[in-house]
Design a protein around this ligand. Structure first.
Ligand SMILES: Cc1cc2nc3c(=O)[nH]c(=O)nc-3n(C[C@H](O)[C@H](O)[C@H](O)COP(=O)(O)OP(=O)(O)OC[C@H]3O[C@@H](n4cnc5c(N)ncnc54)[C@H](O)[C@@H]3O)c2cc1C
Length: 455
């Protein structure tokens, strides 16, 4: 029997391949109300749609997804006994919750649980330095990663898939939780998305930093829920052009953060460079008020506000902008990176501990391979460089749409007549900046320096 978690596909899924190389199998999902409640509305919806997609794929073959609600250890013990299953196959994950859950299930079940690694290109502890350790710097990790042959593709077997009883269908489980059956989003939709990406990936190097154009794959949510195998993706894209090679390199970042999380399961709690946990972050009502303005996209810095409004409206944000807004929170506002990490994880459809905390630590300078702490993103320069015509800003900040291509990046620097002509009244139709970037930068550098000098 296969137990699906964040690997919601049948193609190139090692757990499903193993489960289907026998006479009969079932495809089980355990819905945990606590986990559903811990996901923000966008991610919860994406997950439920992906479940409906997997259910549809299985139903097209005459079976369906077997869904139970409850604690995985209890549910698995019950379903294994009910079906007389002799093995449970699954794809492992690296977070402390998944490790603890799997440990508990292993202790309770009388049959073996076989764990595979279908959620990464290369599994943890397989990409090592000459000293046999995980590199704490990305480039050597990447060199070793790129030299490893891709694991073999996993084709499903021919087992008969058991149709769930009426009380164990997805529809029944969702209705018991007062949830509607969503539109299905299946691995075939993700493969269509990949087909479309194959037409554009050669330009990745030129376009990947421009939020106004569709210059990245937007496959992160499909990867998050395993609708697409990262191994399959790396193989399908290949490295024939520089665009393709740099795209596949991003999958190595994804693996690296997962491998780091396997070694540091508290990556979302503790700075991986311990000395940075001495930073005196701002706290109290002023910091709380700034945090709320950041979350709501009301900082007065158009690139930050546009990106945060996109996050609220869609549950997704472009990578360049994730870096800009994270830097703004941590360095310009001196708010602890952990608060931003939690908010992102709640809001993003692709939100997950390894990638999110790993990247937040990178931006905050607390990660093992971060840029030096005195490198602070300038939100105005970033905006001018990566959205020169303001197309992205105009889409998310219609109140600034009539400003010219120069003023839109920093409206407070515009001439009063130009503001008036564009219908912008600072402090009324659009906020004044909540901090002066140059001063905030100096403050951040001083506070970081103080933390490092207090060793
Ligand atoms: C502060 C911050 C928080 C982030 N939180 C998450 C998160 O919770 N979940 C998540 O999947 N990604 C996260 N990222 C990484 C990255 O921003 C997204 O993966 C990317 O924007 C997704 O868009 P895409 O699929 O179009 O990426 P593409 O540019 O098309 O890249 C292809 C794939 O490579 C992987 N990838 C790309 N960039 C990174 C990166 N920097 N780190 C790790 N993997 C990467 C993703 O799986 C992505 O889908 C975060 C980045 C930052 C700076």
């Amino acid at each position: 029997m296969a137990w699906f978690r964040r690997d919601l596909r049948l193609i190139d899924n090692p757990a499903w391949t193993t489960a289907t190389h026998c006479g009969e199998t079932a495809a089980l999902v355990v819905l945990q109300p606590g986990l559903l409640a811990a996901a923000g509305p966008w991610r919860r919806q994406a997950y439920l749609k992906a479940l409906a997609g997997l259910d549809e794929t299985l139903s097209n073959d005459g079976a369906g997804l077997w869904v139970e609600v409850g604690d995985p250890a209890e549910v698995l013990a019950r379903v294994v006994a009910q079906l007389g299953a002799c093995e449970v196959t699954t794809n492992a994950d690296v977070t402390r919750w998944s490790v603890a859950r799997d440990h508990k299930v292993n202790q309770v079940l009388a049959v073996p649980v076989t764990a595979h690694w279908g959620t990464m290109v290369h599994p943890p502890r397989s990409v090592l330095t000459a000293a046999g350790t995980l590199s704490r710097v990305f480039t050597p990790f990447y060199k070793a990663w790129a030299q490893l042959p891709l694991p073999e593709a996993k084709a499903p077997g021919t087992a008969q898939v058991i149709t769930p009883p009426a009380t164990s269908t997805l529809r029944h489980a969702l209705s018991s939780l007062s949830l509607e059956m969503p539109e299905p989003w299946s691995e075939y939709h993700a493969l269509d998305q990949l087909d479309s990406w194959q037409q554009r990936v050669d330009d990745y190097g030129n376009n990947r930093d421009l939020p106004a154009v569709a210059g990245t794959s937007e496959l992160s949510t499909a990867l998050r829920f395993g609708l697409l195998s990262p191994r399959y993706l790396a193989e399908a894209v290949g490295n024939d052009t520089s665009g393709r090679a740099s795209f596949v390199r991003q999958l190595a970042w994804r693996d690296w953060y997962a491998h780091l999380t396997a070694e540091h399961p508290d990556i979302d709690k503790v700075s991986l460079r311990a000395e940075y946990d001495r930073i005196k972050w701002r706290s109290g009502s002023d910091a709380d008020a700034d945090f709320i303005l950041w979350r709501e996209g009301r900082t007065g810095y158009p690139i930050v506000d546009a990106a945060m409004r996109q996050l609220a409206a869609c549950g997704w944000m472009h990578n360049r902008l994730r870096m800009v807004v994270a830097s703004f929170l941590v360095k310009d506002l001196l708010v602890d990176w952990r608060r931003g990490e939690r908010w992102f994880r709640w809001m993003l459809t692709d939100g997950e501990i390894a990638q999110n905390a790993g990247n937040w630590q990178w931006v905050a300078g607390t990660g093992p391979d971060s840029a030096p702490y005195f490198r602070v993103f300038n939100p105005i320069t970033q905006s001018r460089r990566f959205d020169p015509e303001g197309g992205y800003l105009r889409r998310w900040l219609p109140e600034l749409a009539s400003l010219n291509n120069s003023d839109i990046h920093a409206p407070w620097q515009a001439k009063p007549l130009d503001l008036a002509a564009a219908g912008v009244t600072l402090g009324s139709t659009y906020p004044l900046p909540i901090v002066d970037h140059a001063e905030a930068r100096q403050r951040a550098i001083a506070i970081y320096k103080q933390a490092l000098n207090s060793c």
